[in-house]
Design a protein around this ligand. Structure first.
Ligand SMILES: [Zn+2]
Ligand SMILES: [Zn+2]
Length: 404
C-alpha cells in the first residue's frame, strides 16, 4: 500500500507523466501496461540504459529506505554498481540478478551509508555462487589511511574469520576483493575504460578530502552519479551533457530540527557546508540542464518530501525525480521513463551460467579437536537420507570430505 501511495505521489510530483497504457479489451483481458517494473521480466534494448535505485536514504537504518546504491545496467549486458550503502544489498537481491553479474563496484566515498553493504555483497555473493573476485574502484584520501585501498584491506582483515571458514568449504577465489584506487583530485579523469564504457571521476566537497562523483559514458549515453557534496563547481562543469544526472538534495534545516533534534546552527551548516540544500540542487540542475535530474539522500516521507520538492522547484523547473528505493529509470534516445520496481521480498539467489570453481582441497579445517569432540552423534538418523541422497547425486565419501 505504501508503495502504491509513493508511486502515485511520485508520479504526480515528479513531472514525469507516463503515457497511457492502452485499454483492457475484454472482461478477462490483461492490462497492457501496469506502470511498474517487474525485475527479471524485461529485456533491455540494445540501445537502452536502465538504472535502479537500490538505496536512496540515510545512514540511520530504516526498513523502507536503504542507504545509497545505484545499479546501472547497459543494453549490452554490462552492469555497474555505484555505492553500496547499508541495507541496499537486500534491495539488489530482490532484483534476482546472479551475483556473477554484480562484481564491479564504484564507491564515491567511505561513509557507511555508501559502502557498508560491501561486506554483505562480498560474503553473500560468494556463498551464492559468484565465480570471480569483486572489483572495487574508489578514491584515494589525503592520507593513505583515508583511502579506499586501506579501507577494503581492513574490511577483509576484520572479516578474516568469515573468510577463513568459508574458504575451507567453497572456493577461496570469489572471496577476494581487488581494489582499484585512483587519485581523488582527478578532474574528469578516466578511472575505468573497457568494453565501450568510460567512467570518469571528479572531487566533491564533503566532510573531508576524498569523496568524488562519477560519470559513466556508453554508446553516447551519459549517466552522472553525484557523491555527497556541498555545491561544487566540478559537478556543474563535468555533469554537463548528462542524460540522467543524480545529485543529493538534503532535507531542509527545519526537518533536521523537527526529526533529528539538531540545533538550528548545525541544521543550517549541514545544508551548506557538506551537503546541498534543495535550492542549491535546483540551481545546480538549472546550470547543468540534464535530460532528467534525480534528487536523493533524503527520507522520502509524505510529511517531509514536499519541503525538499518546493525548494528544488524554486530554482529548477526541468524533468525531475524525487528518488525513493526501487525507483527505476529506462533511458532511450527519445524518452526517459520513471517507474517503481515491484520486486520479491522473498527472493532467492539466482545462479548464473558459470560453474563455481572447485574448493581448495589443500586447505585445513578451522576446527580443532576441542570443537570436534563436542559433536553429538546423529548418524543413525542422518544416514538413511544421506545414503539415498548420495546415490541420487552419485557422491562418494571423498566428495563429502572436500575441504574438511
Ligand atoms: Zn557521506
Ligand atoms: Zn551519504
Amino acid at each position: 500500500m505504501k508503495l502504491l501511495i509513493t508511486m502515485l505521489a511520485l508520479l504526480l510530483i515528479s513531472g514525469t507523466v507516463l503515457a497511457a497504457g492502452g485499454v483492457v479489451k475484454e472482461p478477462n483481458g490483461t492490462a497492457p501496461d501496469r506502470y511498474v517494473y517487474y525485475p527479471g521480466t524485461e529485456e533491455l534494448g540494445e540501445d537502452e540504459v536502465r538504472i535502479v535505485a537500490a538505496g536512496t536514504g540515510m545512514p540511520s537504518a530504516r526498513r523502507s529506505q536503504a542507504a545509497t546504491c545505484f545499479l546501472v545496467e547497459l543494453g549490452d549486458g554490462q552492469k555497474f554498481l555505484f555505492d553500496i550503502g547499508s541495507g541496499s544489498h537486500a534491495n539488489l537481491q530482490s532484483l534476482m540478478i546472479p551475483s556473477d553479474f554484480l562484481t564491479k563496484i564504484f564507491l564515491t566515498h567511505l561513509h557507511t551509508d555508501h559502502w557498508a553493504d560491501l561486506s554483505s555483497l562480498w560474503a553473500g555473493g560468494w556463498t551464492a555462487g559468484r565465480t570471480v573476485p569483486l572489483e572495487v574502484w574508489g578514491p584515494s584520501g589525503a592520507r593513505e589511511d583515508m583511502g579506499t585501498k586501506y579501507a577494503v584491506e581492513r574490511l577483509l582483515e576484520a572479516f578474516n574469520w568469515d573468510y577463513m571458514t568459508r574458504a575451507v568449504t567453497i572456493s577461496p577465489t570469489p572471496g577476494a576483493i581487488n581494489v582499484h584506487e585512483f587519485d581523488y583530485k582527478g578532474l574528469n579523469k578516466v578511472v575505468y575504460q573497457e568494453g565501450g564504457v568510460t567512467i570518469r571521476s571528479w572531487p566533491t566537497i564533503h566532510a573531508g578530502d576524498g569523496p568524488i562523483s562519477y560519470s559513466l559514458e556508453w554508446n553516447d549515453f551519459k549517466i552522472v552519479i553525484g557523491g555527497d557534496s556541498a555545491p561544487n563547481k566540478w559537478y556543474v562543469n563535468y555533469a554537463k551533457g548528462a542524460d540522467l544526472a543524480i545529485h543529493e538534495a538534503w532535507m531542509t534545516a527545519k526537518t533536521m530540527i523537527d526529526k533529528y533534534g539538531q540545533p538550528p546552527q548545525l541544521a543550517a551548516r549541514i545544508n551548506l557546508t557538506f551537503h546541498s540544500s534543495a535550492q542549491a540542487f535546483g540551481k545546480i540542475m538549472s546550470t547543468v540542464k540534464p535530460r532528467h535530474a534525480v534528487a536523493y539522500h533524503f527520507f522520502n516521507d509524505e510529511d517531509t518530501r514536499y519541503e525538499v520538492y518546493d525548494g528544488i522547484r524554486a530554482t529548477y523547473d526541468g524533468p525531475l525525480s524525487m528518488a525513493d528505493d526501487m525507483m527505476v529509470w529506462n533511458i532511450t534516445r527519445d524518452k526517459i521513463t520513471e517507474r517503481m520496481a515491484v520486486s520479491a521480498d522473498d527472493a532467492w539467489d539466482v545462479p548464473g551460467p558459470r560453474k563455481a570453481p572447485a574448493p581448495d582441497r589443500t586447505r585445513k579445517s578451522e576446527y580443532t579437536q576441542f570443537t570436534i569432540d563436542g559433536k553429538f552423534d546423529t548418524s543413525d538418523v542422518d544416514e538413511p537420507w544421506l545414503k539415498a541422497f548420495m546415490k541420487k547425486h552419485g557422491l562418494t565419501e571423498d566428495d563429502l570430505k572436500a575441504g574438511q
